[in-house]
Design a protein around this ligand. Sequence first.
Ligand SMILES: [Ca+2]
Ligand SMILES: [Ca+2]
Length: 245
Amino acid sequence: MNKFQSILIALPLSIAFTSSAMAGLISEDFNSGLPAGVSFYGPSSVVNQEAQLTPSSNSLLGGMSFTDQDNGRLIEAWDANFDFRIDQNGNGGADGISLTFSRLGDVGPVGEEGLLSGLAIGFDTWSNAEISGNHISLRYDGVLLVEQNISTTVLENGDVHSASISMIDGLVNVSLDGASLFTHDVVSWTAYSGQFNFGARTGGARSRQVVDNFIASTVAVSEPSMLAVFGLALFSLARRKKVKK
Ligand SMILES: [Ca+2]
Ligand SMILES: [Ca+2]
C-alpha cells in the first residue's frame, strides 16, 4: 500500500468516525391551534393555547403524542422540558400526568404511570397504595424503578410547574421547578426508536391537567455513512491486493 492509497482509505474512515449523530427537535407552545405532527386522544385537545389532557371530570383517560423526529432511527439521548398545571381539583384531585418516550408506534391515551413501552415518567397526584399522593415515578417497559415522594411542592396546587427530563444512554435525570429530584441509571436500557407520548387520567377524584411549552430534542445513534462504506470497500480491496502480492 503506498502513501496515496493510505490517505484514500484513512480520509473517509476518519469522516465516518467523527460524523455527529442526527438530532430531532420539537418546540410547541400550542398558541396556534392544533399543531402539526401532534395527535390527541380521548378528551385531550388544545384549550386556551395549552394542551389540556383532561378537563376536571371523572373517569377520563387522555393522551397526546408527537411524531418521531428521526425517521425511525435508534435514539441514544433525549431531553424534554415542559410546563404543567393541575387545578380544579374535585374529591381531592387525581390522578396525574405522564410523559413516555415510548417505542416506535406505541402511542395513545394513558394514565399517570405512562405507557408500558420505553421510559415513562409519572407525576402522580393520588396514592394508590403508593409512597404518597404527590410523587414522581420512573418506569422502563412498565417495570417500576423509582417512586419518589415530593416534599418541596404540591403537584396539584394549581401553579404552573416546569419539568425537565434528560436521558443519556439510560441515565435519567428528572428536575422539577429547576431542582433535580433524582438521577437513575436504567441498567437494562438499550437504544430504541420512539416518540414522546403524554398521558393523564382521572377517576372518582378529578383535576384539570394541562401541559404547555413542550421543548424536546433527540439524538440518534450514528450510522455508518456512505463515505464510510466506500472507505471500508477500498480498505478491503487494498488488503486483497496486498495478500495477492
Ligand atoms: Ca401556550
Ligand atoms: Ca397514583
